[in-house]
Ligand binder design. Structure first.
Ligand code: AMP
Ligand code: GLY
Length: 422
């Protein structure tokens, strides 16, 4: 089977690495990919949001499966685009329909879904510019911190957590007046949950589902989880505090009701669900749904997945997911992300990366890299993920850190404390 993978980050490098191991994978194409994905297949210079270009490339390369890495093409309806075209209907497309992708694409949609199916999440109300006054009054009734969420996709920046009610009111107004463009035409205000976060992933056809290894990511730029939010600075899997008792609650209260809700609402969902969860005193709550795998979680989840990923996705799409039993690598995996100096704010690109050959005992997953004049240069904020195994996460992190020291590029930065709170 020829496969086209859409995306260009560390997540996609890991998908490519894992899919290439499958005997079911003939030719692999990655669009647009990065300097690392070329090791596993052929990069195609096309924009995943240009569906006509995706179609042309699918037909030109005799693709039988399209795997969608990031959320944007899903939220924009790439699944529906394929289903609506007779020439494309037979192709496996891994990801939810446009309507189902609203679980990530609209916070208000996700909250009302959780409310309808009694899935534990923070209490909330939603507001528009027309109901601004009600929103201001609602803030007055809350105890800070106040959590404001832009309804739509806002490049990971649409969530504000404010300690001061007056500041929260100003921000609410600014958001409703277009601070995040269309994405904040509607704003969800929700209760602040105090606890420790973790990430749970399933592959589902909308009825059956399979649980993948559990992970935890580290989102803040600074040591000790301080400073600005990033796409993710590192991840570990498994997560020591996610024991059998907590996992049972996650399954009974969150995963099963979510899949049942997808089925009851007749949403078409053939892909990955990412449950962003928080453990509040032993009880799991949903912080957010995503309609795709996490980044950098994928960089630790797939290395611990022993199953053939392509077989899982193909059988999921053919309705025979149940015949599989998920097998997990027993060792821990940890990923440390090397980022460009300045990230998540302004940073330079085009810095030459050297010493990658010196890495020993870690998997090197490229993220923001590209090839230029025969050299590999930085091409994004998150540059490289180094994934290692160990008897526990601390051992795995130590190996990744040793290798993080070796790789060189101007402005290189990484967190040395991944797993510090476990
Ligand atoms: P989200 O985009 O919804 O995942 O929010 C981004 C981050 O904000 C989350 O990863 C949490 O760290 C934090 N966050 C979001 N909602 C809440 C909440 N209700 N209580 C506490 N922290 C939250
Ligand atoms: N690591 C969080 C995300 O992928 O959204």
């Amino acid at each position: 089977m020829n496969i086209l993978l859409l995306g260009s980050g560390g997540r996609e490098s890991t998908f490519a690495w894992k899919m290439k191991q499958s005997p079911l994978c003939d030719q692999l194409f990655i669009a647009p990919g990065n300097a690392g994905t070329q090791t596993y297949g052929t990069n195609l210079n096309l924009n995943p949001l240009d569906f006509e270009a995706v179609k042309a490339s699918v037909q030109a390369n005799n693709i039988q499966m399209v795997v969608v890495g990031p959320e944007a093409p899903l939220v924009e309806g790439i699944y529906d685009f394929f289903q609506a075209d007779e020439a494309l209907q037979h192709i496996h497309i891994i990801g939810p329909s446009k309507e189902a992708a609203q679980l990530e694409g609209s916070k208000a949609f996700a909250k009302s879904f959780m409310e309808e199916f009694n899935i534990p999440t923070a209490a909330y109300q939603e507001f528009t510019l027309a109901s601004l006054q009600a929103g201001l009054d609602y803030i007055d009734q809350q105890t800070p911190p106040i959590v404001l969420k832009a309804d739509g996709l806002a490049a990971g920046k649409g969530v504000l957590i404010l300690d001061d009610k007056e500041e929260a009111k100003q921000e609410l107004k600014a958001m409703l007046e277009g601070k995040f463009g269309q994405a904040s035409n509607k704003v969800v205000i929700e209760a602040f949950l105090k606890g420790i976060e973790f990430s749970v992933f399933v592959l589902t056809d909308g009825k059956s589902w399979k649980l993948l290894p559990v992970a935890k990511d580290y989102k803040r730029i600074g040591e000790g989880d301080t400073g600005l939010n990033t796409g993710g600075m590192g991840a570990v899997s498994p997560v020591p505090f996610v024991d059998e008792a907590l996992m049972k609650k996650v399954i009974d209260r969150i995963i099963q009701p979510t899949i049942d809700g997808i089925d009851k609402r007749q949403l078409i969902y053939k892909g990955f669900v990412f449950f962003g969860l928080i453990n509040v005193g032993g009880d799991p709550y949903v912080i957010e749904y995503n309609c795709r795998m996490g980044d950098p979680e994928t960089e630790v989840v797939f290395p611990r997945l022993k199953n053939d990923l392509v077989a899982l996705m193909k059988d999921m799409d053919e309705g025979t997911l149940d015949k599989h039993t998920i097998e997990e690598e027993e060792r821990s995996a940890a990923a440390v992300i090397l980022v460009s100096g300045g990230y998540p704010e302004a940073y330079d690109k085009g810095k030459v990366i050297t010493q990658m050959d010196a890495v020993e005992g870690s998997l090197v997953f490229h993220a923001g890299t590209k090839e230029k004049d025969g050299q590999i240069v930085t091409n994004g904020g998150r540059v490289i993920a180094l994934t290692s195994f160990g008897a526990d996460f601390a051992q795995a992190v130590a190996i990744s850190k040793t290798n993080a020291e070796k790789i060189q590029f101007e402005g290189k930065y990484y967190r040395t404390d991944i797993g510090f709170d476990l």
